[in-house]
Design a protein around this ligand. Sequence first.
Ligand SMILES: Nc1nc2c(ncn2[C@@H]2O[C@H](COP(=O)(O)O)[C@@H](O)[C@H]2O)c(=O)[nH]1
Ligand code: MG
Length: 546
Amino acid sequence: MALRGIDVHAAFEGPVEEARTEARKAEDLLKKLDIPSPSLRNSPRGIFCTRTLNLRSISAIGYDMDYTLVHYNVKAWEGRAYDYCMENLKNMGFPIDGLAFDPDLVIRGLVIDKEGGNLVKADRFGYIKIAMHGTKMLSTRAVSEIYGRELVDLRQKSRWEFLNTFFSVSEAVAYMQMVDKLDGGIIPSNLGSFDYNGLYKVVGKALIAAHVEGRLKSEIMSNPEQFVEPDPELLFTLLDQKEAGKKLVLITNSDYHYTHKMMHHSFNRFLPNDMGWRDLFDIVIVSANKPEFFQMSHPMYEVVTEEGLMRPCFKAQTGGLYSGGSAQMVESSLNIHGDEILYIGDHIYTDVSQPKVHLRWRAALICRELEEEYTALIRSRGRRQSLVELINQKEVVVDLFNQLRLALQRQSKGRPAQIVAATNVNKENLTERMQKLLLVMQILDGKIAPMLEADGELFNKKWGYLSRAGLWDKSHLMRQIEKYADIYTSRVSNFLYYTPFMYFGSQEQNLAHDSYTHYCSQIDNFPSYGQLDQHGGEIQETNVSC
Ligand SMILES: Nc1nc2c(ncn2[C@@H]2O[C@H](COP(=O)(O)O)[C@@H](O)[C@H]2O)c(=O)[nH]1
Ligand SMILES: [Mg+2]
């Protein structure tokens, strides 16, 4: 609504311009002091919003630990998890000769087809775009033959396994390599007869054993600097939130000893001597058993000694350390509920979809690969632009070809052509022009196909971008993120640049028929309803015909 009699632009522009000038001055100062500027927001370290979230309405923030507060060197951590998994398989009698961990073989967001021994990348609808059998990529033709009539449906748990987190990488690499062994017929018959599904179960068990048995975690605990990637800004992020009055809660599936070691290593050296990592949190919950933690009620235990001795308890107290329990217990202990709580984690199902679906908590996804993806997108911008231009050219040629074809079809029935270019043109000339256009199409296809294939290779040579499937569309992972995560970002310390009071506004969603703006801009420059005149008054005239 227009504010009549008031110079709206001047009224808004004054303070806005003032704020802009101040922000620019501050940025210059930060640059001089070599301090990263808040404009990191529009960068690989940005926080991206899918559903509007006002941090001022958030009273408590829950944190996951592994790959969220504590980020690991994936090659090191998953490499060792893979080694232990393979050792377990070897002890069972499986052949593992010549195999080594290859972290580039898979990316998060892919889906294992346990029936086919395949790994697939699907678009937002579930259509499969790229697939690998064992460790070999399948041709486009093979993909369409196998999956032309199939959709990935994650609810069908007996068939599809989504790679939710970095922890899935070691498992997927081990499985795909073992599929090669199964295909090679070299799995000893005394181990029983396996199909791809049975093989998945065995590999999965070998990996779970690596996670729960002592050796992997002991190795990491005794040498954390080799596995943990430090982030000194993390501490200030949590301190800002805490001092802003937010209750902070740690909720991790890791056990007490491992949690203590990792958190101590990550935080204590940056804290003053009289403070320890536990002082950052109002409540700490280890061995949380997520996703069940968000789904149902389990007994809770208080960890009462340094050695991890526990006793049953029914209510969490501020400053306490607990094992198990449930999200409802956290809510009642803090007396904070539902959408006043934000949970931040790296596992798209366990940490993001479940707290939202069961408790209506707000959710944030940590996805470290975004930094690499964002950089790859920037670097390939020029190439993508050229590709889009070629595709647009081809569209024009195809449109004309189709019109000529229609003209030919109409001519045979004695009806006139639809476009001038095909009017009064005889059959031979129409056919000749169509052949020329076919040639142009072939030339364009010859340029487009390899460029399409190469799109995304700066992120991953086999699978392309994490968030995209093909040039235009979103990946299945991206759809999951949009559906469940209110915001997503590469690391927790990115919150530092946004303050604990940030209002994250969701972006405008583009619809297919938003092309109306392009249509109007092509026709004329005309005033539209709701536009303000130069004095801030509303222009009354509405021109709906463009
Ligand atoms: N039993 C299994 N444990 C697993 C598996 N994958 C990861 N993990 C362990 O869970 C926690 C994750 O902690 P969080 O802080 O992210 O909640 C960590 O200790 C991993 O080792 C698995 O497949 N099975
Ligand atoms: Mg985690």
